[in-house]
Design a protein around this ligand. Sequence first.
Ligand code: BGC
Length: 796
Amino acid sequence: MTHQTPPPATQDPAPPQLTLALAEKAALTSGAGDFVTTAVASCGIPAVALSDGPHGLRLPKESGDGGQLDLHSAAPATCFPPATALGSSWDPQLAHRVAGAIAAEASAHGIHVVLGPGVNIKRSPLCGRNFEYFSEDPLLSAEMGGAMVRGLQEAGVGAALKHYAANNQETDRMRVSADVDERPLREIYLRAFERIVRRDRPWSVMASYNGVNGVPLTENTRLLTDILRTEWGFEGIVMSDWGAVRDRVAALRAGLDLQMPGTDGRTDHQVVAAVAGGDLDESVLDTAVERLVRFARRTTSVVPPHREVPVDEHHRLAREAAERCIVLLKNDSELLPLDPATGRVAVIGELARTPRYQGAGSSQVTPTCLDTPLDCLHRLSGGARVDFAAGYVLPGVAATDTAGKAAPGPAPDANTDTDAEAALADEAVRLAAVSDTVVLFLGLAAQDESEGFDRDHIDLPDVQLRLLERVRAVNPRVCVVLSNGGVVRTAPWQAAVPALVEGWLLGQAGGGALARVLFGMVNPSGKLAETIPLRLEDSPSHLSFPGEEGRVRYGEGVFVGYRGYDARHCEVAYPFGHGLSYTTFAYSGLRVAQDGEGGAFTVSLTVTNTGGRAGREVVQIYSSGPTASVVARPPRELRGFASVSLACGESREVVVELARDDLAYYSEREGRRRVEGGVYRIEAGSSSRDIRLSAEVSVPGDLSRLRLSGRSTLAEWLAHPVGGPLLSERFARARPQGAGPGAMGDPVMRRFLAGIPLDVISEFPQSPVPPEDVAELAALVAAAAHGQGGRDQEGE
Ligand code: BGC
C-alpha cells in the first residue's frame, strides 16, 4: 500500500554512562507521580512528562507538574476528532497533521510523551472504548495509527502505542485473559502493532491490563520480549497501563521497563530486595534502566518549537479533520445537501445544542472552545430559516425547551417518558409539521459508552426512537444525524428516513463540520471503518463476547468485522468501507503489475468524477484467495487504499502499492507469515460490498519449511512437488502388470485415503509402501527439496 515517506532516522543519544546505586535504578523503573517518570538529577537523567492522549491533551492544571488522575480538571487543549471518527477519514496525512498539532501543544506545555494512539481492533460493537480505536481492520488501524506516531515523533514528542495487546473489551479489563489462537493473534490483533513498530518506530509501547492466553500482558515475556523486541526489533520502552502491574519483579523479567503510575517507592523496594536476594538478575534491571535513560534523553532533547499554542489554527484543523470524518450513509432523492435558498429547516434534538464530541474516561480533553451544530447551522443557513426544538432530554443535561427555559418536571432517564420529555417531544413534532425539512440529531449519551465498561446493546434510546417515529409521521423529509462513539443499530428505522449522516464524536469543531456538510459547503467523503450490522447478534464475536469467569475466547478466529459478516453471507445495514458523496465516481482500467517474482504489486486504476460537484473518493483495494488455500480465508481483506480529490468530470489515476507479504496468512505450524502460491483476486471497491473492478494475479508461493514424514497425510504427500511424483511412482510400481487403477483410481477411496497419514497407510495389508520404506521416502524428499529448493508444499 502507499506509505508516507518513512520518518527520518532518529538520532539516539549516546548510551548512558551509569553510575547509579541499586535503589536509584529501581526507582527509575517506576513513575515519580501519576504522569511523570523519575529523574536522577545527579546523573543528568531528566524526568519525562506524560499526558493522555490520544485525540488531544489531558493537561494537568499546572503545566509540567506531572499531572493528576482527575478526569474533569484538565486545562484546555484542542479536542480533535477521536479515533472512531478519524478512522472514517481513511486519511493518514490528516492523522499525521492532527498528531503534529497535538505535539505542538504538548511541547508548549512541557509534555514529552503523548499516551496514544490506540490501535486495538474493534472486535465487538459493544466495546465501551471503541470510540478510542480506529477500525475493525488491522491495516486501516496501522495506517492511521502509524501516521499519528510519525506526526508526534517528527515533532519531537514521543508516542506511546497502546494498548498492547488484544485489549478489545472493557468488561473485567484488568483481569480478563484474551484467549486467542496464534493465527488471529498475528493476523488481526498484533498486526497493526507490528506494522507500526517495524515501520514507524514508536518510542514507547503501553502494555495493556488484560492477559493473553492466561498470562498478564505486563508479565508476558513472549509478547513483551520475544515478539515485540526480538521479532519486530522494538527499541523503545514498554510502560504499563496505569495500574496494570501486579508483580513488579515478574514484569521486569518479562520485559516491562516502566511501572505507571509510581507507587511511592513501595514496589521499588521489591525490586531492590529481589536483586539483593538473588531472585532478579541485576542485568535485567540494568537493561531496563539503559532503555529508560535513552528514552528520557531522547524525549526531552527537543527544544519546544514554540511556546504559544496557535489555538485558532488548531481549531480550524480540528474542523477540517471533522469534515473528513463524517460519513454520509444514505441520501435518497438527494435530500442533502440542504438548499439554504429554500424553505424552513427544523433542527431537532438536544444533541444539536449540547453535542457529544468525545468519549468518557482517560482520553477526555477540556476543549479550547466548542462549536455546537445548532449555532453553526444558524450561522451558515443563508436564506433558510432554521428553528430548533430539543425533542428529548439527554441524561445529565437539564431539560430546557427551545428558548432555554426549564421544561416542567424532573430531569428524566433516557428511556422514561415524563412530563418534561413529553412536552419537548410535542414541541418538536409541532415544529416538524410546519417545516420543509427536518434535521434530527440522535445518538448516545455520555453515560451510554465509556472507558471502563462495555455497552449491553447497540440501540438508540427508546425515547429518541419514539420521537423519530412521531416526527416522521408529520414530515417524511427527515435527515438523521447520529452522534455516537460505537456503532448504533440503524436497521429498525433507517428505511423510513431518506437521509442518514454518521457524525460519530467529532471533537470540539464538529458542529461547524456538520453544518458545512449539511449545507453542502463540504462534500462528505468519510467511509465506515467498521461494519454497521443489522442486529447485534450478527456480529461475529457475539457468542463469545465478553467471556466469563475471567476468560474470553476469541472463537471467531480471523473472521473479525467484515471478514466474518462476509464469510457468513450476512446482510448488514452498512458495510465496511461504505460512504456516499454528493457526487458520483466511476472506476476503470484496473491493472495489477507484479514487480518481478517475490516483489511488490502496483495496482492502478482510473477514477472519474461523474457527478455535479467536486469530491473526494477513497479507493479500497482488497484481495481474496488463493483459490486452493490450506487455511480458512476471509472472502476479502483490505490490502491498501488511496484517496483522490476530483473536480467535476475530472479523471485521475490512482496507484496503490501492495507488498507481496500482504497476501500472507500466519502459519501456526511454520511459525511465520507465509504466502501461498496460487491465483489471487485483486479488487478495487468503493466499499467492501461495492467492488467495481477486479483482476487475477498468479503468485508464486513461499518455500515451505515443513518436511514430509510418516505423519504427513496422503494428500500432503501427493501435493508435494517432490513427494507427490515419488509416491505415485511407488504406487504404480506396486500394481501388477495389467491390473486396474486400484484404490487410488476410485474417487471415493481416493478422498477416503487422502486424510490418512502415510505411516498408517503403510500398515495396511498389501500397502504399496511398506512401513520400512516411509522413512527412506521422507529422506529422499528432504534431500531433493534441499537440492532443488522445492516450492510451496502444502505441509504435513
Ligand atoms: C487507560 C490508558 C491511559 C491511562 C492514563 C488508563 O486507564 O487505559 O489508556 O493512557 O489510564 O490515563
